[in-house]
Every structure is written in structure tokens, then in C-alpha cells.
Design a protein around this ligand. Structure first.
Ligand SMILES: Nc1nc2c(ncn2[C@@H]2O[C@H](COP(=O)(O)OP(=O)(O)OP(=O)(O)O)[C@@H](O)[C@H]2O)c(=O)[nH]1
Ligand SMILES: [Mg+2]
Length: 389
């Protein structure tokens, strides 16, 4: 059951003119994954429905918010001289003075422009966006991080919307570029690749984050430290999403606007090469998150190929006149089926082990929480070490 926020007295109003920052859509789902909070597209549909359906409930928005002083705007850059100045100025206008640019060795003056605009600039020790982001966290001195590209494709004006879920207890926020994608912001190939990746992600990892490759993210430093991230390049966003799903990081999705790169600014993305890396990343991480898929998909493919071969061998032997015997093919078919069935069984067993492991981890976390609250109740804010013995 979704609830639509208060104040939408004009259900047909142009969504762009609405102040999203005060409103939220929640789900009653109990899983740790939270449906697209603030989904503009969804919202538009619900608002239209609300106009027809008077039963739609109205709730007040949360007053909590995060002050810009508590946030470090993290901008990984590589040759973004064209746009970096505008990006930093935009965030400063929104009140964010703590801007950290992690540069990958730009040769076009990006670092100087960033410094002139008041950002802290560090040069990453390795290469690639992923390595830059991982290293950057060592320089973050506040509790929250707002990560954004330096190419001017994301709007600083969306920052408040990105941070709002953090104030409500979410730990990781993904900006959904598909909610409001401007013409020319993404090539057709990239759109298809993104769609495929998002679908593969929800199939393999079970959660739908709408736009896992988005570069606009907000997260708490503490939750970031729980993620096991190793990617150097553009695989970092995929790894973040997978790790959020795996570690039960409370994740929200908010609609944002995605603009085209300005003329003269060049992409660092190689769609085919990076697309391959991203997909491999998704698949590799399925081993510990969805072993049934990891082993089962190969097992299924092998069994299926084996059965096809076996059918061909059978046809040539039993139906065809004169009959032909394919001994070698028969052996290959049998091996493929055996291999496939074994992998399938392996997948089922691993899945069972993972379920048991998850149950145990849940139980341990429950015990930890209970222990903590009993401890807090007993000492009620006093320091136990001050107690007389
Ligand atoms: N520090 C660092 N930043 C990088 C590196 N490669 C890319 N970036 C930055 O990472 C951000 C995302 O890269 P983009 O080239 O915009 O990739 P994209 O957003 O997927 O592709 P576009 O559609 O072209 O915008 C940009 O701010 C880049 O400057 C790198 O090796 N090191
Ligand atoms: Mg970009």
C-alpha cells in the first residue's frame, strides 16, 4: 500500500513545478529494499490515480534534513576542464562548501580550475573512477557523501532530494536518471546497455534499484565502509549496488534529471569494453549473492546444449534411414548433460547453505541489537565504567 504525501491538491499540476523535497512515497514492504522513494514517474501515475481514488491516504512529510555542512561532495574527474568549474560553483550555490575533487591525472587543467573554484583537490594514486572513489573516502571528514560526476550531467539542484532519504534513515541513495532524461543525454546503445544491466541486476540479485549505474549517489560514510569494493573503473557503481543488496544496506532511489554533456566535453566511457566489465562484475558477484543463478545458469546452458546434441544423435540413429551412429557426439552430449546437472545440483546446495548462513547472520544481528538495547536500558546513558564496583 503506497501513501501519497500531503499537499498535492493539484493532482494535474506540472510535476516540474512541484517542490519534491518535502514529500515522500513509502512502501509497507518489510524487506530491506525500499521501492523507489520519490519516483517521479511513479508519482505522476499515483497522483493521477489519487485524483480518481479518494481513498488514497495522505501523510505529512518528514521534517528531518541533513545540513550541507555534514556533507562532502565527492567529484571524480578525468579531463573535465570544460565543466568542472560550473559543477563546483553549482554545489557551492546550493550551500555545499566541502567539495572534494579526486583527479585521475588530468592534463587539461581540471585540477587548477577546481582549486580556483574552492574545491579540495587530490590526485588519485591509481587509475580509474572506482579506485578514485575508494581512495577518496580516506579524505572525507564528515558523515555523508554526495558523489557526482564532474561532467555537468547531474544537477546540483537535485542534491537536497538526494540527501533527504539519508535523513530518514536510509544509508545509500541512487539518483534515477531515467526519471527525467533530457534529449541526447544518453546514446541509444547506452540506454539499451543500462536497461539490460538493470534487468540482469534485479534478476540475479533480487532487488530493483532502477538505475544501478547512476553516478549520482548519496551515502553515509559508515555504510560505504561496510561495502566490499574492489573495482578500479566503471564497475564501481555495479559493485556498490550489489554490495548494498548483499549487506542489507537500506537503499532508496530518487528521481533526478540527467542532462547531456555540454559540447566540447568528451566521455571517458567505452560502452562495449566497460559494458563487458560491468556485466562480468554482476555475474561474478552472483557467486556469493545468488549461487543458484551463478551455477544454475551455466548448468542449465550445458544441460540444454547436451540435450540438443543427444536429440540430434538419437534422430540420426533411430529415425533416419539409413541410420548413422555419432559416437563422439554422443559422448560429448552425455558429458554436457552430466556436467550441467551437477552444476545445477551444486547451485541448489549452495543456495541452501547461503539461506542458512543468512538466517544465522540475521539471528546474530538480532542478538546484537537485543544485547545493545538491554545494555542501554540498564545503564540509561551512564558510563558503566563510572559505576562503583
Ligand atoms: N578520478 C578519476 N575520475 C574518472 C576517471 N575516469 C572517469 N572519471 C570521472 O568519472 C565521472 C564519470 O565518467 P564519465 O566519462 O562521465 O562516464 P559516464 O557518466 O558513464 O558517461 P557519459 O555518458 O559520457 O557521461 C566523470 O566525472 C569522469 O571525469 C578516472 O580514471 N579517474
Ligand atoms: Mg557522465
Amino acid at each position: 500500500m503506497f501513501r501519497v504525501s500531503e499537499g498535492l491538491s493539484e493532482p494535474t499540476a506540472d510535476m516540474a513545478t512541484l517542490d519534491w523535497s518535502g514529500y515522500s512515497i513509502r512502501t509497507d514492504r518489510t524487506s530491506h529494499v525500499h521501492e523507489s522513494l520519490y519516483q517521479k514517474r511513479f508519482y505522476r501515475r499515483r497522483v493521477q490515480l489519487a485524483a480518481m481514488d479518494p481513498v488514497e491516504t495522505v501523510v505529512a512529510a518528514d521534517a528531518a534534513s541533513i545540513s550541507p555542512d555534514e556533507v562532502c561532495v565527492l567529484v571524480p574527474t578525468y579531463d573535465e576542464a570544460e565543466t568542472i568549474g560550473g559543477v563546483i560553483a553549482g554545489f557551492r550555490r546550493e550551500g555545499f562548501t566541502n567539495v572534494l575533487v579526486v583527479d585521475g591525472g588530468s592534463t587539461d587543467g581540471t585540477r587548477d580550475i577546481a582549486t580556483e573554484h574552492g574545491a579540495r583537490v587530490v590526485v588519485q594514486s591509481g587509475s580509474g573512477k572506482g579506485q578514485a572513489v575508494r581512495e577518496a573516502l580516506d579524505y572525507v571528514d564528515v558523515d555523508y557523501v554526495l558523489m557526482v560526476d564532474g561532467d555537468g550531467t547531474y544537477r546540483p539542484e537535485d542534491a537536497a532530494l538526494m540527501l533527504e532519504p539519508l535523513a530518514e534513515g536510509y544509508e545509500h541513495v541512487i539518483g534515477d536518471r531515467f526519471a527525467d532524461m533530457k534529449n541526447g543525454a544518453m546514446t541509444r546503445l547506452n540506454k539499451v546497455g543500462n536497461g539490460f544491466t538493470n534487468r540482469a541486476f534485479s534478476l540475479i540479485h533480487g532487488d530493483d534499484y532502477q538505475d544501478i549505474l547512476s553516478g549520482y549517489r548519496a551515502f553515509s560514510r559508515e555504510s560505504f565502509e561496510r561495502l566490499n569494493l574492489t573495482a578500479d573503473g566503471f564497475g564501481i557503481e555495479t559493485q556498490m549496488a550489489v554490495e548494498c543488496a548483499k549487506h542489507g544496506v537500506r537503499t532508496a532511489v530518487v528521481p533526478i534529471t540527467y542532462r547531456p554533456r555540454p559540447d566540447g566535453s568528451d566521455t571517458n566511457l567505452h560502452p562495449i569494453r566497460d559494458g563487458g566489465i560491468i556485466f562480468l562484475e554482476l555475474y561474478r558477484r552472483a557467486k556469493t549473492n545468488n549461487p543458484l543463478f551463478y551455477f544454475g545458469s551455466v548448468g542449465f546452458a550445458s544441460t540444454f546444449a547436451g540435450l540438443l546434441l543427444a536429440a540430434y544423435v538419437g534422430y540420426e540413429w533411430f529415425i533416419r534411414v539409413p541410420r548413422i551412429s555419432h559416437e563422439v557426439l554422443a559422448v560429448v552430449a552425455a558429458a554436457a548433460i552430466l556436467f550441467g546437472v551437477q552444476l545445477l545440483m551444486f547451485g541448489v546446495l549452495s543456495d541452501m547453505i547461503l539461506s542458512l548462513h543468512r538466517e544465522q547472520v540475521d539471528r546474530l544481528e538480532q542478538l546484537e541489537r537485543r544485547g545493545k538495547s538491554e545494555y542501554e536500558h540498564e545503564f540509561e546513558g551512564r558510563d558503566p565504567f563510572d559505576e562503583p564496583r
